[in-house]
Ligand binder design. Structure first.
Ligand code: NZQ
Ligand code: ZN
Length: 392
C-alpha cells in the first residue's frame, strides 16, 4: 500500500423517502438561502423538485431554482448559475439529479467565490481556494459525484470536457433514495452501471502490490454491480438492485475502494474526448473505450487481467496459458456490457473513426512527461491504437 490521506466530509442519508429530510439536513449545515440546481426536467416531472421545495419551506429556508444542466454539463450554464448565486446571495447549493447537475453545481460553488473566470480551474490555470457548501439529492446511480472530489464540465465553444479534482468539490450532504432512480430509462441505468464498474476498474488496475484489502473490496463491489445491473435493466422497479447500484456508485468513486493504490484513469480521459466531441453518454463511451484499453494492455499485465477474470468473472485459471484466462475475463466483461445494452464499438457509439487522430491528440495528459494513465502510461500513438481496437 502507498501512503494516503482520505478526506470524506459527506453525510449520507440513504433509503426510502429520505428526500423529505432535505430541509432539516440543509438547515443543520447552516444554510439560509439555497440554489436548487437540476437537469432537463425529469426531477420536475417526477414531483421531486416540489417535494424538495416543500421540505426547505418547512425548515424555513429560502430558495431559488435553476434548471437546465445538460448531460455533459456546459460552461454556459455554470456562468448563468454564478450570476444568479451572486444576485440572490445564495449561501448553499443543492443539486438535484445525476452527475451532470451535481458537477455543474460544484463548478458554480467555486466560481461564485472567484473574481476571475471559473474555467481557469478546469484548464489548470488556477487552483481554487474556496467553495460554497453544497449538497445533493441523487436521482441516478452512476458518476459518484455525490461524494467525489471531482467535477467535469464541457466548454461549449471547444467541445472540450475537462475535470477538476480538488477536495473542495466534495458535497457535505448526499440524500440517496434508490426509489428515485426507478424512473431512469433502461439505457441510462446501463450507462450508470458501466460508469460504476469503470470507476472501480480504474482503481483495480494498479501496479501497486500488496493491497489485498482494497483488491477484495473492488472485486466484491464489481461482482455486486454486475448482478444488480442485470436485475435493474430487466426490472427497473427492483428496490434492492437499485439500492445496490446507488451505494456502489458512491463507494466506487469516493475512494473507499481506492485508497493506498495508484489509480489509472486513462480510459476516463480518452472517454471524455468522445462524450465531448459527440455528446454521447459518459457510460456508453466507457463501454467502448475500457475493453479496448484492456485488450491493448493485456500482454504487459497478463496476471492482473487473469486475476480480474478469475475473481470477478469466475473464469477458470489456465496456469499454462494465463493470457487465455485474461482474455476470457475481458470477453466476459464485453458480454455483460452487451447484455445490459451498451455499445462496444466506435460506430455503435456514433463516433467517426476518421476522428481518431484528433481524439488522441486532444486527450488530456495527466503525467508530467505528456502521457496519460498510471497502470500503463500512454502516449498519442498508444491512444490511437486503443481507439483503433474500438473501431471493430
Ligand atoms: O436532465 P434530466 O431531465 O434530469 O435527465 C437526466 C439525463 O438526461 C436523466 N435522469 C437522471 N435521473 C433521472 C433521469 N431520468 C429519469 N429519472 C431519473 N431519476 O439521465 C440523463 C443523464 O443524467 P446525467 O446527470 O448526465 O448522468 P450521470 O449521472 O451519468 O452524469 C454524467 C456526467 O458526470 C460526469 C460525466 O463525464 C458526465 O458529464 N462524471 C462526473 C464524475 C464526478 N464528478 O466525479 C465522474 C465520472 O467519471 C464522470 O466523468
Ligand atoms: Zn466515470
Amino acid at each position: 500500500m502507498v501512503n494516503f490521506t482520505h478526506y470524506l466530509p459527506t453525510k449520507f442519508v440513504f433509503g426510502r423517502g429520505v428526500e423529505n429530510q432535505v430541509g432539516e439536513e440543509v438547515k443543520k449545515l447552516g444554510a439560509t438561502k439555497v440554489l436548487i440546481h437540476y437537469g432537463g426536467g425529469s426531477a420536475v416531472r417526477s414531483g421531486l423538485i416540489a417535494r424538495v421545495e416543500n421540505s426547505l419551506d418547512a425548515a424555513g429556508i429560502a430558495h431559488v431554482s435553476l434548471g437546465g444542466a445538460m448531460p455533459n454539463p456546459r460552461d454556459t450554464k455554470v456562468y448563468e448559475g454564478i450570476e444568479l448565486i451572486r444576485r440572490e446571495k445564495v449561501d448553499f447549493l443543492l443539486a438535484v439529479g445525476g452527475g451532470s447537475a451535481i458537477d455543474s453545481a460544484k463548478a458554480m460553488a467555486i466560481g461564485a467565490l472567484y473574481d476571475g473566470d471559473f474555467w481557469d480551474f478546469y484548464s489548470g490555470k488556477a487552483v481554487p481556494e474556496k467553495s460554497l457548501p453544497k449538497g445533493v439529492v441523487l436521482t441516478m446511480a452512476a458518476a459518484g459525484s455525490e461524494s467525489s472530489n471531482s467535477s467535469v464540465i464541457m466548454q461549449e465553444s471547444t467541445k472540450m470536457k475537462r475535470g477538476l479534482r480538488v477536495e473542495l468539490n466534495r458535497p457535505l450532504l448526499a440524500i440517496m433514495n434508490p426509489e428515485l432512480t426507478m424512473t431512469l430509462p433502461v439505457y441510462q441505468t446501463a450507462c450508470g452501471a458501466t460508469d460504476i464498474m469503470a470507476h472501480i476498474m480504474e482503481r483495480y488496475f494498479t501496479t501497486v502490490e500488496d493491497c489485498d484489502l482494497t483488491d477484495r473490496l473492488c472485486e466484491g463491489a464489481m461482482t455486486a454491480v454486475i448482478r444488480a445491473a442485470r436485475i435493474a435493466v430487466k426490472d427497473p422497479k427492483d428496490y434492492d438492485a437499485r439500492a445496490q447500484l446507488m451505494w456502489a456508485s458512491t463507494i466506487a468513486h469516493n475512494d473507499t475502494v481506492g485508497v493506498g493504490r495508484v489509480m489509472d484513469f486513462a480510459s476516463h480521459q480518452i472517454e471524455h474526448e468522445l462524450s465531448g466531441m459527440y455528446d454521447v453518454a459518459h457510460g456508453a463511451g466507457l463501454a467502448v473505450v475500457f475493453p479496448a484499453w484492456m485488450r491493448y494492455n493485456l500482454p504487459k499485465h497478463t496476471m492482473r487481467f487473469a486475476q480480474f477474470a478469475v475473481r470477478v468473472w469466475g473464469c477458470q485459471m489456465d496456469f499454462e496459458h494465463p493470457e487465455k484466462t485474461a482474455l476470457a475475463g475481458i470477453e466476459a466483461h464485453e458480454s455483460w456490457l452487451r447484455e445490459i445494452g451498451m455499445p462496444l464499438t466506435l460506430k455503435e457509439l456514433g463516433a467517426d473513426p476518421k476522428d481518431i487522430p484528433e481524439l488522441a491528440k486532444k486527450t488530456k495528459r495527466t503525467n508530467p512527461d505528456g502521457t496519460v494513465g498510471k497502470f500503463e502510461a500512454l502516449n498519442t500513438a498508444d491512444i490511437e491504437a486503443i481507439l483503433h481496437i474500438a473501431d471493430r
